[in-house]
Design a protein around this ligand. Structure first.
Ligand SMILES: Nc1nc2c(c(=O)[nH]1)N[C@H]1C(S)=C(S)[C@@H](COP(=O)(O)OP(=O)(O)OC[C@H]3O[C@@H](n4cnc5c(=O)[nH]c(N)nc54)[C@H](O)[C@@H]3O)O[C@H]1N2
Ligand SMILES: Nc1nc2c(c(=O)[nH]1)N[C@H]1C(S)=C(S)[C@@H](COP(=O)(O)OP(=O)(O)OC[C@H]3O[C@@H](n4cnc5c(=O)[nH]c(N)nc54)[C@H](O)[C@@H]3O)O[C@H]1N2
Ligand code: SF4
Ligand SMILES: [Mo]
Length: 697
């Protein structure tokens, strides 16, 4: 029996697992004991990785539709499918220009694969390419860049064990980051408090010491009110503010508009808000952790920055157990943010920064004109431009947007308008793959090699647990073969293997905050992972297992100081009305369910324990008022003009007037609106006005 340590490629913790393999079969999966993230623990998804592509077997050959639409796609040999697809893409570019092609990528494949996809799409084809990290982390990226000068979250996961006051904002780790929740429980700090800010009584809120059930999307006002109380009571860290931040005086003046009398805007009382401020003041090590309840909103970037402001003004950053800490969602969201060539150049930095252009072109050994000159069109505009007939071909990799994109009717329309839809996935029957003109089947992470970067900036190795069979392709193989067929020629020199790509990316990262020039690829095999930064010359032996940033109070802005950034709250563009009087909140359902469930449907135990019918939680009083019974079928009508069928689940875990639907059912995004944060373009998935009617049977 062989034991191979690899990375769980579901959530952003990227736990490590030891796979026990005998005769090319996984016989057992054991969470890696010495791995600092999960320390011998994991959740059900990691343990059941052994079943990936076992229950739903992948098809062996690509599917290709000869005629534009209508005819059934046929299985064709790989070489033919690649050649034909490349030929069609070239024809489309020739006819309509390079921006008539776009791609949607992911936060779930290894960094090297993302980088190669970015090289083919952005550098060579000059196409647009965005990631599904736009649905998830875009808000934090913008917030970090503006406040800290770089997309560099401050924390190590250990901070959650060293904090005495843990404030979880719009985050439900009991379900979404279970190993992290395990570490919160391990926290032995005296007077430890776990505080949850969430409109819903989530699984985490139930287990917390205190729950502040604010009004949906009133976080920004709440944080300004809190900041004001902290200032008025003198509960701020003047020395830290003076030495390490800028713009505080303007912030203080701005906060005069936020007296406590505005408390009703948040649904909380003045007493509650003062109490929360007091807890921040009394905590010796206060840490703020946020996830999608913050990122997915119409004023999300400013809200994330309002959390950062609270940490800065109280000196709760850059010290053990503190931080304004954004948790990522997907296993390699951080890799996508820094190394996919979508939001910025490889290694961070802007496309129009002359110095970065020079460095990256040199590192990749290409002429500068090959680098894109501007950021990609964001996801929403890619879809819009398809609907306007400007984008004709879309290549979708490791994401299932027909289910997960907001206001999904618009995606459906877009798919129908495309001349060519390429889908690359483990399964040919995902909602998106079903309409594809070209379907590329790929092997799962169990047969791949590459690097993941988790939520605390830790690089870890994905190592093949099972051998790839003849004629099986990884995403990497497809990108490389497509690059060749498209005519990239010597532009692919150095891009031949994941390891050689890693070497290129290292060079791109030199002297950037995410410098990884000191990481040897093989160091990531059977390792504890390595957090960035890790510049050349760094020695693992001299470093602790977990490192945080900003301990020296130096940020990545030109002045080296963190910025207070703030803006008056916007009126809710989609308020409740008489016609749409209920607020639909959406998010994760259970630990075992992963997004659109293409993967977790392979876990029998999860399938048996979860419902197949889309459902919404509804408060008993709301149900009584509307004469809704438990399990009754309802039709929800959304402000976006669509409607869908759900079963009612009467529950005290939502507020009166609030509904909660797990996102794992395609019905949910039929109802979510085309509403985005102005700066990050992340969809506002979590607060849609709806009304309900009982379904006529
Ligand atoms: N089991 C499982 N785990 C997962 C995933 C999965 O699909 N399944 N997905 C992974 C991914 S990609 C991500 S991004 C993470 C997401 O992880 P989380 O963000 O923790 O999960 P969500 O359920 O999307 O949302 C968190 C909470 O935000 C709350 N919320 C809604 N509106 C507001 C608001 O206005 N203010 C505040 N303060 N809170 C609000 C919701 O009620 C919800 O409890 O999970 C990761 N982990
Ligand atoms: N209403 C609502 N909608 C939401 C959210 C919400 O909270 N509410 N959350 C949003 C968030 S945070 C996220 S991250 C998105 C997630 O949305 P998606 O990314 O669309 O969801 P997944 O089901 O993870 O889709 C990943 C696809 O990649 C495939 N896959 C897995 N591994 C590989 C691989 O190695 N290679 C290839 N080529 N394919 C692979 C899987 O089979 C699956 O079909 O959903 C968003 N949508
Ligand atoms: S907590 Fe996340 S990374 Fe760890 S085993 Fe579960 S899904 Fe995988
Ligand atoms: Mo996500």
């Amino acid at each position: 029996m062989t034991i191979i340590q690899s990375t769980c490629n579901y959530c952003a913790l990227a736990c490590n697992l030891d796979f026990e393999v005998q005769e090319d079969q996984i016989v057992n999966v054991v969470p890696t004991k010495h791995y600092p993230v999960n320390k011998g623990f994991s959740c059900i998804k990691g343990l059941f990785l052994k079943q990936q592509q076992q229950v739903f077997k992948p098809i062996e050959k690509p599917l290709f539709r000869q005629d534009a639409r209508g005819a059934e796609p046929q299985e064709v040999p790989w070489i033919e499918a690649i050649d034909q697809t490349a030929k069609r893409l070239k024809e489309i570019t020739k006819r309509y220009g390079s921006e008539s092609i776009a791609g949607i990528s992911t936060g779930q494949i290894p960094t090297e694969e993302m980088a190669l996809f970015g090289h083919v799409m952005r550098n060579y084809l000059k196409a647009n390419l965005d990631g599904n990290t736009r649905l998830c982390m875009a808000t934090s990226v913008v917030a970090h860049k503006q406040s800290f000068g770089f997309d560099a979250p401050p924390y190590a996961l250990q901070d959650i064990e060293e904090s005495d006051t843990i404030i979880l904002i719009g985050a439900n780790p009991v379900v979404a980051h279970p190993v992290l929740w395990g570490r919160i429980r391990q926290n032995q700090q005296p007077n430890k408090k776990v505080i949850v800010i969430d409109p819903r009584r989530s699984e985490t809120a139930i287990q917390a010491d205190e729950h502040y059930a604010l009004k949906a999307k009133s976080d920004l006002v709440l944080f300004y009110l809190l900041a004001n109380v902290l200032i008025e009571k003198g509960w701020i860290d003047d020395a830290y503010i003076r030495q390490h931040t800028e713009n505080f005086d303007q912030f203080r003046t701005f906060l005069q508009e936020y007296p406590l009398t505005k408390a009703p805007m948040t649904g909380l009382t003045e007493t509650q808000i003062v109490r929360l401020a007091q807890q921040i003041h009394e905590g010796k090590r206060v840490s703020f952790w946020w996830t999608m309840g913050i990122n997915q909103g119409y004023e999300a970037v400013r809200t994330a920055q309002a959390i950062i402001n609270l940490a800065l003004m109280t000196g709760n950053i850059g010290r053990k157990g503190t931080g304004a800490n954004s948790l990522t969602g997907q296993s390699n969201a951080m890799g996508s943010r820094l190394f996919s060539n979508t939001a910025g150049l490889y290694g961070g930095g802007d496309f129009d920064n002359p110095l970065r252009r020079q460095v990256v072109a040199k590192a990749l050994n290409i002429e500068e004109h090959w680098l894109p000159e501007k950021p990609t069109l964001p996801y929403d505009q890619i879809i819009e431009q398809i609907n306007q007939g400007k984008i004709k071909a879309l290549w979708v990799v490791a994401t299932n947007p027909a289910h997960s994109w907001t206001n999904s009717e618009s995606f459906q329309e877009a798919m129908n308008k495309l001349e060519m839809l390429i889908v690359q996935d483990l399964y040919a029957d995902t909602m998106t793959a079903k309409t594809a003109d070209v379907f590329f089947p790929v092997v799962s992470g169990l047969k791949k090699t590459g690097t993941y970067i988790n939520t605390e900036r830790r690089l870890s190795g994905l190592r093949p647990v099972l051998p790839k069979k003849v004629d099986e392709y990884s995403d990497f193989d497809i990108f490389f073969a497509m690059g060749k067929a498209l005519g990239m020629g010597s532009l692919l020199d150095g891009w031949e293997t994941p390891q050689s790509v890693f070497e290129l990316l290292k060079k791109c990262s030199a002297n950037m905050p995410c410098d990884i020039t000191g990481v040897a690829y093989e160091q990531l095999t059977s390792s504890k992972g390595i957090q960035w930064p890790f510049p050349k010359g760094s020695q693992l032996e001299n470093l602790p297992d977990e490192r945080r940033l900003y301990e020296d109070g130096q940020y990545f802005t030109p002045s080296k100081k963190a910025q207070f950034i703030f803006e008056k709250e916007r009126p809710n563009p989609l308020p409740l009305t008489e016609d749409y009087p209920l607020m639909l909140n959406t998010g994760r359902g259970t630990v075992g369910q992963w997004h659109t469930e293409t993967r977790t449907r392979e876990i029998k135990e999860v399938k048996e324990a979860t419902e197949r019918q889309a459902h919404v939680l509804i408060h008993p009083n709301t149900a009584k008022q509307l004469e809704v019974k438990n399990q009754e079928l309802l039709r929800l009508f959304s402000v976006n003009g669509q409607n869908a069928r759900f079963a009612a689940k009467i529950s005290r875990f939502v507020q009166e007037g609030e509904l909660y639907a797990p996102m794992h059912y395609p019905e949910v995004n039929q109802l979510t609106p085309a509403l985005y944060d102005a700066y990050s373009k992340e969809p506002s998935y979590k607060s849609t006005p709806v009304r309900l009617m009982k379904e006529q049977s």
